[in-house]
Design a binder for this molecule. Structure first.
Ligand code: HPA
Length: 247
């Protein structure tokens, strides 16, 4: 049976409970992925794991080679990708510590290599991105959260900014008017590239701060990391429950 691939974000250098079996350096037509692909067991089930920011090097969101990452993952026997993203909360319900399973995305990034389509072979690739996240995979993750008693907000709009700076308060207000519930920097073009490769993809967003202008604390990486460390265990439990559901 094909395995699941997990893409970890900030603060998820290693998955809690992950036992590494092998590390696979991969070369792709787009260059090397952020890190060799880790093959291992999570709760006894084989998975492939990639830390998108690399490790120990910290590749900033705008410099990640998303194409190489997705291409490398699809070279293994995988049938879905679950991505983990740290985000800031915009809508009132997206308090620090919440988990969100977004069902929509708005892409504010620019200048990233965002497609495999270079007009090769005379084919144009206009993927259907009406529903950017795979609905069956989302249902399975929601079921896994319910089974494990983990609160997972079932839908929301994931706004993705260019970074690496955080947003201005006015930018966050504009995103709120656009309908964004959370803001992160790494959700795109990852989701679209997975769709181009026809790999079911869903994202689990961890709210690690109130977005700019909405909280009463200064935004620091240290405070975000503290929340991430706490939430990483919850995300690992969610993934374990999800893998048990597939077995
Ligand atoms: N904005 C953008 N990206 C983020 C944030 C944020 O507030 N928090 C974590 N990643």
């Amino acid at each position: 049976m094909p395995s699941i691939a997990i893409i970890g974000g900030t603060g998820v250098a290693e998955l809690d409970g992950f036992e590494r079996i092998a590390e696979h350096p991969v070369n792709t037509p787009y260059g090397a992925p952020s890190r060799p692909i880790q093959e291992g067991l999570l709760d006894g089930t084989k998975i492939y794991f990639l830390q998108r920011h690399g490790s120990p090097a910290a590749i900033p969101p705008h410099s990640i080679n998303y194409r190489a990452n997705l291409w490398a993952l699809q070279s293994f026997d995988i049938d879905a990708i679950v991505a983990i993203n740290a985000v800031g909360g915009i809508s009132a319900s997206m308090k620090t510590g919440r988990l969100l399973l977004p069902d929509q995305v708005i892409d504010y990034t620019w200048g990233r290599e965002h497609t495999f389509d270079e007009g090769q072979d005379g084919h144009l690739l206009h993927i259907d991105f009406t529903e950017p996240y795979d609905s069956a995979l989302r249902d399975d993750l929601l079921g896994a959260a319910a089974a494990a008693g983990i609160g997972l907000e079932p839908r929301g709009v994931h706004g993705v900014t260019q970074g690496p700076r955080l947003e201005s308060a006015a930018e966050v207000q504009r995103m709120a008017r656009d309908g964004c519930d959370v803001v992160g920097m790494t959700g795109m073009p990852e989701a679209a590239l997975a769709r181009e490769l026809n790999i079911p993809y869903a994202a689990v967003c961890m709210v690690v701060n109130a977005a700019a202008g909405l909280g009463d604390m200064p935004l620091t990486l240290t405070s975000m990391r503290e929340i991430l460390q706490r939430e990483a265990q919850v995300v690992a439990s969610l993934l374990q429950s999800f893998l048990r559901g597939r077995a």
